[in-house]
Design a protein around this ligand. Structure first.
Ligand code: GLU
Length: 439
């Protein structure tokens, strides 16, 4: 199980290799991470207890430039998962043509059980653990699951303390006040919304009133929901660990966002809206009364995945669309906001059924694109307005989308993932070829 994401990534590579112009020897090199550091992190918690955590930083490939990739805090983190995620970062940065390699970090912990003080100590200790590996020109971390601008501020500060001067460029996704860029927080969600729009254009379909189900309402899911809602799509379901809120007429995304931003859970939101349905003069269960109110019903996360919608957006963890549920999937398109949400076995079924899947390395690349724009601004010691950042994000992710479609159509490839992977593998392999094999 722990190896599943890595095995999945290798299987995705193998699938694309058939169509990619990549030398066998170089392909073999691309299957192995350059290095992974494992660190032991003893932390004195606010409670007075000492807990020993474990963390990783994997540097997968640097043929195209410095390593780049987020850090996640999650109980299910494993070394192999971090290595898979670092591999996906390599293919992602290559596909969207950023001058980076791929990396990823992770700490095994349950952030919900830690206080802010505990999280700060854990972040600083982890940064100390990996600080010999990272740096503005070597490896640049960023936020991922359960990490955010505050986490990046602590990482930047810890690294800078050792350097003896402030080094904003060592991480991206920082708060604006210390070298962050406008638009980074929403960037991944914005990218998801842009590629969904582009997919609909390609399929000659109208996004207005298209139904969308989004698994996960964290930073990526919620921002994608808001932007797609603004673009006229109907967000009919979204979820968190407590389950999914479903309303075929469309959820009130802003109300849900305000509830979740204030620390609320989806099941509480659904229960709260039901309480708000007025009894009026009539029957509380009167359909005519209820239909006037935004009263979603509660579904499980599995039920969300099989809703009959136009677009399914997995925006949570990896490995959720599998051989076990793919036959029940009814969405006509899947846009992968999460990293690695679809197994290769499920992929083959979807591709056989002509369900268009926009692969993770394209769909969720908005985050790392804007990370790059932040890094460039830090290097220039110059800051750009939000409009410039958003226009550059749209241009870059749009180009990658067009190139993927062109590859898919011209080479008559089985699906968009294969098209994206052939481009990413060929670009990385070509960098290896030019650089040669040391010594
Ligand atoms: N964690 C994000 C990802 O999976 C962003 C990485 C970055 O900005 O470096 O793409």
């Amino acid at each position: 199980m722990a190896d599943a994401p890595f095995e999945n990534m290798l299987a995705q590579m193998d699938r694309a290799k058939e169509y990619a112009d990549v030398d066998d020897g170089i392909f073999e090199r691309l299957k192995h991470p350059e290095r992974t550091l494992k660190v032991t992190l003893p932390v004195e918690l606010e409670s007075g207890d000492v807990e020993v955590f474990e963390g990783y930083r994997c540097q997968f490939n640097s043929a195209r430039g410095p390593f780049k990739g987020g850090v996640r805090f999650h109980p299910s983190v494993t070394q192999r998962e971090v290595e898979a995620l670092a591999g996906w970062m390599t293919w992602k940065t290559a596909l969207v043509d950023l001058p980076y390699g791929g990396a990823k970090g992770g700490v095994i912990c349950e952030p919900k059980e830690l206080t802010d003080r505990d999280l700060e100590r854990l972040t600083r200790r982890y940064t100390e653990g990996i600080r010999r590996m990272i740096g503005p020109e070597t490896d640049v971390p960023a936020p991922d699951m359960n990490t955010n601008p505050q986490t990046m501020a602590w990482m930047m500060d810890t690294y800078s303390m050792y350097e003896g001067h402030t080094v904003p460029q060592v991480v991206t996704g920082k708060p604006l006040e210390i070298g962050g860029t406008p638009g980074r927080v929403e960037a991944t969600g914005r990218g998801v919304s842009i590629v969904t729009g582009r997919l609909f254009e390609y399929l000659d379909r109208d996004l207005t009133d298209a139904t969308v189900a989004i698994q996960g309402f964290g930073n990526v899911g919620s921002n994608a929901a808001k932007l797609l809602d603004e673009a006229g799509a109907r967000i009919v379901a979204t979820s968190d660990v407590t389950g999914a809120a479903y309303d075929p007429d469309g959820l009130d995304v802003d109300a849900l966002d305000a509830h979740v931003a204030a620390g609320g859970l989806i099941d509480e939101y659904v229960a709260g809206t039901l309480r708000d349905v007025p009894t009026g003069d009539g029957d509380r269960n009167d359909d005519r009364d209820r239909s006037r109110w935004d009263a979603p019903e509660m579904l499980s996360n599995d039920e969300l995945l099989t809703l009959d919608v136009d677009v399914l957006i997995p925006a949570a963890v990896e490995g959720v669309i599998t051989e076990a549920n793919v036959h029940d999937l009814r969405a006509s398109a899947v846009v992968e906001a999460a990293n690695g949400p679809t197994t290769v076995a499920a992929d083959k079924v979807l591709s056989g059924r002509d369900v268009q899947v926009v692969p993770d390395i394209l769909a969720n690349a908005g985050g790392v694109i804007v990370s790059y724009l932040e890094w460039v601004q830090n290097a220039q010691e110059f800051s750009w307005p939000l409009e410039t950042v958003n226009a550059e994000l749209e241009r870059r992710i749009g180009t990658a989308f067009d190139q993927t479609i062109e590859q898919y159509d011209e080479k008559d490839l089985p699906d968009l993932r294969t098209a994206a992977y052939t481009l990413a593998l060929e670009r990385t392999a070509s960098a290896h070829e030019y650089r040669g094999l040391f010594p």
